[in-house]
Design a protein around this ligand. Structure first.
Ligand code: BDR
Ligand code: CA
Length: 322
């Protein structure tokens, strides 16, 4: 990909959000960052986002704070996975770079109403984006695409059925997934094909620049968790950077469950066409089956991942900060 793609990133840093930002600052044209409460409280996610902009040499990139809590339901955090600061055991001082005035929702509306060539990346709960769509419904036509870390075509993590980002605010996710905006979804079915091991952290530490040192410090916490460290958000953003890391995807209808006793926050992918369980002519005519046919494909779901290629891309990127 020749020209750097222009993006706004909505995120909740978070260890893997930080890893994703390190990739984005090098390979994309980051216009701005909006922070949302998720892995930890907004007070920390917006601070961590500002820290990353400064650390990676982009103090000029605006960071706006958005919503701390979901639209409905109780607030849940993932401090068990990201530490109480959102950065594992790492503590940072207040960044020199101040938070920008103005709510993240107004920033998102302003950017997408005035630019035609900017894409949106979401790495946290979808509260800010849903609230922006509700406040300015024209965004449904103005946002050309969303690359979303969220959901799963198979198992969840926060619950058996639900991935964390969607579980935190399923109503917001539903608004976004049903908005008509084209979505590229990188769910746990994809990101769990990646594992960051203690040996990878040692390789990162050996690089020896301030960005790679910070990466190693925050990953020490996550990679110690029994091979459960996938750095999901970093696996996601590469879809806008290269064509050869996420190697297979499929377009399907995805619906977000908001009411299930065991399935709240689940992303239900309609694979019936691919599984051959329904005749394709019936799918195209939207005939009602037992549970109904939910509509046209709305999401491109990532399916296959080249882990070796991802790791070399990550290492090369971290080296390039030297
Ligand atoms: C997602 O949830 C968060 O904990 C991570 O930052 C990632 O965005 C993975 O389920
Ligand atoms: Ca995240």
């Amino acid at each position: 990909m020749d020209r750097k793609k222009k993006v706004v990133i909505d995120c909740d840093p978070g260890i893997d959000d930080c890893m994703a930002l390190m990739l984005c600052f090098k390979h994309l044209d980051v216009m701005g960052i909006t922070a949302v409460g998720g892995n930890t409280a907004l007070l920390l996610t917006q601070r961590n986002a500002r820290h990353m902009a400064v650390l990676c040499g982009h103090p000029e990139i605006p960071v706006h704070a958005g919503y701390d809590q979901p639209m409905f339901g109780k607030t849940v955090r993932a401090e068990y996975a990201h530490g109480s600061s959102g950065l594992g055991n790492v503590t940072i001082p207040e960044p020199e770079k101040p938070l920008c005035d103005g709510h993240a929702v107004d920033y998102l509306i302003d950017v997408f109403m005035h630019h035609d060539d900017v894409s949106l990346i979401t790495l946290g709960p979808l509260t800010n984006v849903a609230q922006a769509i509700l406040k300015e419904p024209e965004l449904r036509k103005r946002i050309p695409e969303i690359l979303c870390m969220g959901g799963s075509a198979t198992a969840g993590n926060f619950s058996a059925a639900a991935e964390f980002n969607i579980y935190v605010d399923p109503e917001a996710a539903r608004i976004v997934f049903e908005s008509g905006i084209p979505i590229k979804m990188v769910g746990l079915n994809l990101t769990r094909q990646n594992r960051i091991l203690p040996s990878d952290v040692s390789e990162i530490r050996a690089i020896g620049n301030p960005v790679s040192d910070f990466a190693a410090d925050i990953l020490d916490f996550a990679a110690g968790q029994d091979g459960r460290c996938s750095i999901c958000d970093a696996c996601t953003v590469v879809w806008f950077m290269t064509d050869d890391i996420i190697t297979k995807s499929a377009k399907v209808r995805v619906q977000v469950e908001t009411r299930g006793e065991f399935t709240r926050g689940m992303t239900i992918c309609d694979w019936r066409e691919y599984m051959g369980t329904v005749p394709s002519e019936d799918i195209s005519h939207e005939r009602q089956f037992d549970g109904g046919y939910p509509g046209e494909p709305n999401v491109e779901v990532a399916l296959e991942f080249d882990q070796a290629r991802f790791k070399s891309f990550l290492m090369d990127t971290l080296r390039s900060y030297s």
